[in-house]
Ligand binder design. Structure first.
Ligand SMILES: Nc1ncnc2c1ncn2[C@@H]1O[C@H](COP(=O)(O)OP(=O)(O)OP(=O)(O)O)[C@@H](O)[C@H]1O
Ligand SMILES: [Mg+2]
Length: 382
């Protein structure tokens, strides 16, 4: 019965006596070690089962002596050919009916497959870890590159913004300087013709004062590009501002042959804004309208009225000029978009105007039909 059981086992089974001599073995023990059964019977366990320090012999002997159990000790089974096979050894004592130790049953399990599997798994884990490390490294370098790209984009964007803002200020300076040049020309011509210039001077001086105010404000704005600060604001009546701007442009000959009509509200419509900024919006819109009319006889209407809910002031600048092509209308507010010759347009008038309106919480919108005309409408909080 006992022999049948050990024979059926795939592990090597060796039964040793108290001296360590092998008394019994199964076929698996013979085939793993390469020894025939009778060869095994002539051997002691110490020559067959060794560990690195050769301590197995001692372990087995000691265990045999104190009759204790050996549990899964790692050691080597030495084959007939001298090969060392890694095994895990379990041993249990064989006791006589009176309780005396008669020997020990050793079961040695070949762990090569398990080890190989373990090694394969370990290699797999190591490979995965290496791949993960590589991915982490690649990710870190991509993130670093992204950070750099982001930083340089930000810088480029800031430069472009500064460029556009500076361009916008330059654009306004040029507009206003033209008004001054026209006024001074007119005055010089009158003096050259020995005319009495008192009346003319009385008309022109307020314009020149306004030009001076604009130049000061634009200078301040250029300085603010480096260190932004708030604009000075005043409570102004948009009716008055619109009338003054038309007078100033007319005085400077900017309106040419165009008829400009103002349709103003009955009472004052007060907005709290920076005067120069609001004048800039109107100057840009009116000059664009004059350009759109060109050499034809044309008409510009400037309308100022309260919004229907009375909370805002609305201003419309309408012309019967060329109109804007549908494929261009989405682009007119982009900085530097212009359909005018290089020496005439920079494409900054509308973006500047829209930026000012939006900075006060309003909006600037356009409606246009080619060949019929265009209207620009902006609103500002009262
Ligand atoms: N009232 C208008 N009628 C027809 N087209 C207009 C009108 N206002 C603007 N546009 C179109 O929008 C474009 C952009 O206008 P914007 O004022 O921004 O620049 P610009 O007038 O071309 O140049 P500048 O920088 O001198 O103002 C113009 O070139 C023109 O094609
Ligand atoms: Mg313009």
């Amino acid at each position: 019965m006992f022999e049948n059981v050990i024979e059926a086992m795939v592990d090597a089974v060796l039964v040793v006596d108290v001296e360590g001599r092998i008394n019994l073995n199964n076929t698996a023990a013979a085939s793993i070690t390469g020894y025939a059964a009778d060869e095994l019977r002539a051997m002691t366990i110490g020559t067959l089962l060794v560990d690195d320090s050769d301590g197995m012999r001692t372990v087995v002997r000691r265990r045999i002596q104190d009759g204790s159990v050996v549990r899964r000790e790692s050691s080597w089974l030495v084959t007939k050919g001298g090969e060392r096979i890694p095994v895990s050894v379990t041993g249990s004592p064989v006791l006589s009916p009176t309780g005396d130790l008669q020997g020990i049953v050793l079961v040695a399990r070949d762990v090569r497959d398990v080890r190989r599997l373990l090694q394969e798994k370990e290699a797999e884990i190591a490979a995965r870890k290496a791949a993960e490390a590589e991915v982490r490294l690649a990710k870190a370098s991509i993130e670093e590159q992204l950070d750099q790209t982001r930083a340089s984009l930000l810088l480029a964007e800031r430069r472009a913004t500064l460029g556009t803002l500076a361009g916008g200020v330059g654009h306004e300076l040029r507009n206003i300087a033209q008004i001054q040049v026209a006024a001074v020309d007119e005055l010089s011509a009158a003096i050259a013709a020995n005319e009495d210039v008192t009346l003319l001077a009385r008309q022109i001086i307020p314009d020149l004062e306004r030009v001076g105010e604009h130049i000061t404000a634009h200078g301040q704005r250029l300085m603010q590009l480096a260190r932004p600060g708030p604009d000075r604001v005043d409570a102004l009546d948009l009716n008055t501002v619109a009338r003054d701007v038309v007078d100033m442009l007319r005085g400077a000959g900017k309106l040419r042959h165009v008829t400009v009509t103002t349709k103003l509200a009955d009472g004052p419509l007060t907005i709290t804004v920076n005067r120069t900024r609001i004048e800039q919006i109107l100057v840009n819109l009116v000059i664009n309208a004059v350009d759109a009319i060109g050499d034809r006889d044309g008409k510009i209407t400037i309308e100022v009225h309260p919004s229907s809910d009375q909370t805002r002031v609305v201003c419309v600048v309408r012309d019967n000029g060329s109109g804007i092509a549908p494929e261009q209308i989405d682009r007119i507010f982009q900085p530097f978009f212009t359909t005018k010759p290089e020496d005439k347009g920079t494409g900054l008038g509308l973006p500047v105007a829209r930026e000012i309106v939006q900075s006060y919480g309003g909006n600037l919108i356009v409606e246009s039909r080619i060949g019929v005309g265009t209207s620009f409408t902006f609103d500002l909080p009262r």
